[in-house]
Design a protein around this ligand. Sequence first.
Ligand code: ADP
Length: 490
Amino acid sequence: MSEPTSYRILFAASEAYPLIKTGGLGDVAGSLPRALLGLKQDVRLILPAYADVQARAGRLRTVAEFTLRHHAVRLLAGNLPGTRVPVWLVDCPELFDRPGNPYLEPEGNPWPDNALRYTLFAEAVVQVAGDQLGLDWQPDVVHCNDWQTGLIPALLARQVPRPATVFTIHNLAYQGMFPYQTFQDLGLSPELWHPDALEYHGQLSFIKGGLVFADQINTVSPSYAREIQTPKFGYGLDGLLRHRHAALSGILNGIDTKEWNPGTDSFLAETYNRRSLADKAVNKSALQHNLGLDTDPDTLLIGFVGRLVDQKGVDILLDGMKEILSLPVQLAMLGSGEAQFEAALLKTAEQYPKRVAVKIGYSESLAHQIEAGADVFLMPSRFEPCGLNQLYSMRYGTPPVVRSVGGLADTVIDATEANLSAKTTTGFAFRGDQGSDLYKALARASRLYQDKAKWKSIQLTGMGHDFSWQNSAQEYLILYKAAIREIPTA
Ligand code: ADP
């Protein structure tokens, strides 16, 4: 029997780089479809047409006009910028024509109508999946991502025939929970109000739509797939995930190797590769200079880019800050998030202006400059589904210092004596959740940094790893095949 060479895949997400991105999901939705296209798959991406997305999407054609929930909706077609990936945008101006963060009001609170917004999006995806809009295209599999797309498997499960569904958990902490009243207001089918459906202890849970109804569920690293089946990481859903363990797997994210390539990166003061690694130093001094730090080539410069939230272990860093600053190190941080963390970090930067720089905000260019200019990249996450920054940093010859959880545990090879002798080390990993645990890992890094030959060997080992989507996209094809096998044939 010959294998089907090509699936029709509808990839549904609430963000995709470079149209819109708030975190790792955006990176994945912007790069996995392209990798699937490279494997000769017929993949199409579908997103809400937020204001910023429309502005960045280039030329768009209206391919369908319809009404959902008394709202006029248009389906716009274009391409993911810089790629041949076809994109469909669900344009419902009343719900999506808002600038900035897709999920939050300018004041930082979730949009009050998020449940309606992502229900309407799901219903539009279901229409496309059933070819009800006359697009003359029907997917074999609908690949859904995170809670914003959770209703899609739930709505499709009731249809015969239907495409297979895959649901990827990028972060179980975000579940899309709303009061029962919202369920009633949305007028969803009463059958869905059940603990074996969307109800979670009296609340409406969007993510349960994916976890209960998708034919296959996966998360973005093998370790996180195991961890979420335990109470510590399961956010109340570990029981359901254990119940579905036969359909649950972990596939590591790849990275966009074009976007994140120190050899061609236009954000850098100086590009470099494995053969011209010495040029990395130009980026370090540029970063130190731009951030107002002492331009000292020998001080270990620690970089951090990410959301300043509990998940990312910002409190662990703050707890260990004093001890850490007793080492010959500097800190360059970029991020935004919880006000208390922003304030505490800014205060530290004020106290140590030549050693600690903190930029609050979102900056693609500074993120690249920190990856290239820092000596080590810090990720003390409390949990980490996959993590992308440690992959970028290894590629940029910037060994990561990580807490050994989830995707961080799966991708970073610690500088133990054995790994150092075998020349397999790519970074530093620590357990525990105290500031002193992080301090000890950074102290190890700082000591090893003095041994230039060993340090270079660690950098080159990381830079030599293949973090591209190639392997993981193949694994998704196997997952799609498994999902397609699950559909009842009517
Ligand atoms: P998460 O999705 O949990 O936020 P990931 O490590 O999977 O974490 O992905 C985060 C992505 O978002 C990375 O590409 C990272 O560089 C980027 N990012 C996060 N915060 C910022 C910021 N303030 N400025 C620029 N890029 C950021």
